[in-house]
Design a protein around this ligand. Sequence first.
Ligand code: PAF
Length: 283
Amino acid sequence: MKIIENAENLSQIRGGALVPTMGALHQGHASLIRAGAASGRPVLVSIFVNPTQFGPNEDFARYPRTLDADLKIAEAAGASAVFIPTADSIYPSGLANAVTNAAQFSLPAIATAPLLEDAIRPTHFGGVCLVVSRLFDLCEPSLAFFGEKDFQQLRVITQMVEENSIRWKSLKIIPCATIREADGLAMSSRNQYLNPSQRISALGISRALQSAANCSSATAAEKSMRETLDQHGLETQYAVIRSEKTLCATEVGAKSARALIAAKLGDIRLIDNARVGITSMNR
Ligand code: PAF
C-alpha cells in the first residue's frame, strides 16, 4: 500500500475508488474500503481532519488522530494507497480563506432545507462540500464511497455531484450500509469518547430506531423515539421521520421513509438513522 503525501503523486491512482475519511478508522470505514476493492478499481483512502467542517465549539482539537492504526486497517481492508494531505495542499490559499469559501459554498437544497444537521451545525456542510470537492478534483475518482450513518451528508454529496455533472462527469457516489457493533450501536469515530456508562446509554439510539420501525405512523414513531431516548438519559436534538429523498417532512411515502436521530450524552453528540416502513404521515 502506497502512502501519498504530495498531491502531485495522485496521478498514479486516477479513476479509482475513493474513500474519503478523517481517520480514526473503524470497521465502518473498512467496509467502505472493501466495497471499493470489490469494484475492481484501486482504492484510495484519504485521511484529513478537515477544520472547515467543525464549528467553533466542536471537537476539532480532540478529534482522534490514530494514523498508525488507520494504515493497518486500510491495508487489511484492501486499500491500494492512502492520501494524507497537508492542510496547505487542501487549502492552498490558507485556512482563513477556506473558512470564507466554506461559508460561501453554493450548497444543494438538501444541505439547508431539512433543518437537521444543517440547523444544529450551520457551518458544517459548507466545510464538507468544500473539502470533498477538493478531494474529487485532486483525486479524480470514478467512484466515491460514503456511509449511510451520516445520512444527510451522503444525500448532500450525492446531490452536489448530480448538480455538478459536468465538473465530475464520470463520478458515481456509492452509498454503503451503516456498520454496527454486536449490540446495535452504529460504529463511529466519536464512540471513543464514550465512558462505560455512556456506552450503555448510547444504545438508546439504536433502540429508538428499532422502536420507530414498529410504528405505522410518523407521529407514533417520533413519539416512541423520543421516549426511548429519554429513558436512556439521552438529550434529543432531533428524532424525526423524513423522506429519504428530500429529508423533508412533507414528502414521506411508503418505502421511502427514514428515521433520523441526533442525541447528546453530556458534550458527546451521536447521530444515527434507519429506513422505516411508515405508511401514514399522520402528524
Ligand atoms: O464523513 C467524514 O468522515 C467526513 O465528513 C468527510 C466526508 C471525510 C469529509 O471530511
